[in-house]
Design a protein around this ligand. Structure first.
Ligand code: AHR
Length: 495
């Protein structure tokens, strides 16, 4: 198509990509900055419950309907001793936390986070330290968490007041282990050896355990590719998921490029898809191995501020990106890409959830929802069910970095009640686009939610909470819809 203002989107209810795993809408909380202390937990705040958890934060989290939360790191986990964070609080040590050069009080540990996660409606995806530690500590943690036996670590948990096991199912084996910044970073062979052993021992403890192995820290790592192939090949029998991390940004204010970020995410997923296929072929196996995209987001606004923070504070203000409207559009495009790849991406975690590169920002006097909260909420609430193929005909643009970037990016999901929801991003900075909607004839458009602001740099704040919020646009049965320039759209069709 050459006319930028016109397009056609066709959705057939039977043309299926995959069932969507609800864990596609996971998130992440790390002991980092004010995510935990001063974020989800603030016992001295009048708005906190009897356990010290901020009730307003819990309410905002619950709306997102998050199924799984990765915890406790991130880079943090690679220097973390889990034993520090269990048992009576008065005995828990204060430690130097080297990943973020902070002080960790261990006031919130496994029991407290488990309580908070349950209140939020999610389950924990637990990361183990394979930086400074190894398989032995991992299997002890697995016994502590999951066993009902009359044995030392299960009894230790009971002595801490937790008769019932925590029943952790998803285990992340280390974090970004090829990164030079990582505490205890490793070569692919070193990592495969320790992670393979950790998986073996955890599974001897609990045969239902599922494992997420580290991939490269991002697709521009020198080790990308060779790392994945080594880990997949050497740990083949234990790999359920391989982990992907990718953060996007617009530091040079090149918005057309920035709005095309999803192309890089899509390529990354498909490169790893290829590595998985290659190794499966080598092994002559049809074992199912999936992707856990367990860190994805926009992250760049806070970089300068962070270098000014003094080390060794408790809960310093780190990674507090203040997101603007165009960041929300990019987050929307990344969600569409995850849905488009939901046949292989079965876990994904928006990194992170509260205060730290987060959709929810908290101060003692209240909270506000960042612009990025809304596309995530829409995808999580309306994007459950079966991902459908969408055929989008529209004009495209070129940038220095990418050619043929379609102005429209879309995904569609049919839920268990037969309702079809389409998520559509208009990347044009100048043009509204009129779209002809080809949906099955028994379907009618009943709702159109739009996230739009004239100013791409508009932000929400405590003082102006609703500067960027979604609104409902009136709909008709003409079979056409107008998608405003640079807007995120949710179209809901009923039979
Ligand atoms: O999410 C912030 C940090 O980004 C995580 O700790 C680390 O895994 C990644 O580099």
């Amino acid at each position: 198509m050459t006319d930028i203002t016109k397009s056609i989107i066709s959705i057939s209810a039977d043309d299926i990509i995959s069932e969507i795993d609800e864990k596609l809408y996971g998130s992440f909380i790390e002991h980092l900055g004010r995510a935990v202390y001063g974020g989800i937990y603030e016992p001295e705040n009048a708005n906190s419950d009897e356990s010290g958890f901020r009730k307003d934060v819990l309410e905002a989290v619950k709306v997102l309907n998050i199924p799984v939360i990765r915890y406790p790191g991130g880079n943090f986990v690679s220097g973390f001793n889990w034993e520090d964070s269990v048992g009576p609080r008065k005995n828990r040590p204060r430690k130097l936390e080297l990943a973020w050069r902070s002080v960790e009080t261990n006031e919130v540990g496994l029991a407290e986070f488990d309580e908070w996660t349950k209140k939020s409606g999610a389950q924990i995806m637990l990361a183990v330290n394979l930086g400074t530690r190894g398989a032995d500590e991992a299997r002890q943690l697995a016994e502590y968490c999951n066993m009902s036996t009359d044995t030392y670590f299960a009894n230790l948990r009971r002595s801490h007041g937790h008769e019932a096991p925590y029943n952790i199912k998803y285990w992340c084996l280390g974090n970004e282990m090829d990164g030079q910044w990582q505490i205890g970073c490793k070569t692919a062979d070193e990592y495969a050896r320790v992670a393979g052993e950790a998986a073996k021992l955890i599974r001897l403890v609990d045969e239902n355990a599922k494992f997420i192995f580290c991939g490269s820290s991002h697709p521009y790592m020198e080790s990308f590719g060779s790392w994945e192939k080594t880990v997949l090949s050497k740990c083949f029998d234990y790999v359920d998921y391989i982990s992907l991390h990718f953060y996007f940004g617009n530091p040079d204010n090149r918005t057309p490029d920035y709005l095309a970020s999803s192309i890089k995410m899509n390529k990354f997923i498909n490169d790893v898809r290829g590595f998985i296929e290659d190794v499966k072929k080598e092994k002559k196996s049809d074992k199912e191995i999936y992707i856990s995209f367990d860190e994805w987001n926009v992250w760049f606004h806070s970089n300068e501020h962070d270098s000014e923070e003094k080390p060794w504070q408790i809960a310093p203000r780190l990674l507090e990106d203040h997101y603007n409207f165009e960041d929300a559009l990019v987050v929307g495009s990344l969600l569409i890409t995850l849905i488009q790849n939901s046949d292989i991406v079965k876990i994904a975690c928006l990194a992170q959830l509260v205060n730290v590169i987060a959709p929810i920002m908290v101060e003692p006097e209240g909270l506000f929802l960042q612009t990025t909260y809304y596309p995530f909420m829409h995808a999580s609430v309306y994007g459950r069910g079966t991902a459908l193929k969408v055929n989008t005909l529209c004009a495209s643009y070129d940038t220095d970095e990418a050619k043929d970037v379609p102005y429209l990016l879309s995904a569609a999901v049919k839920n268990d009640d037969g309702i079809i929801t389409a998520f559509i991003l208009n990347r044009s900075l100048d043009c509204d686009i009129t779209t002809q909607l080809n949906v099955p004839k028994e379907y009618n458009l009943i709702k159109h939610i739009e996230l739009y602001h004239d100013d791409l740099k508009a932000v929400n704040s405590l003082e102006n909470k609703d500067c960027v919020t979604p609104r409902e646009v009136s709909v008709d049965n003409s079979g056409f819809v107008t998608l405003k320039k640079h807007s995120w759209n949710v179209l809901i069709f009923h039979r």
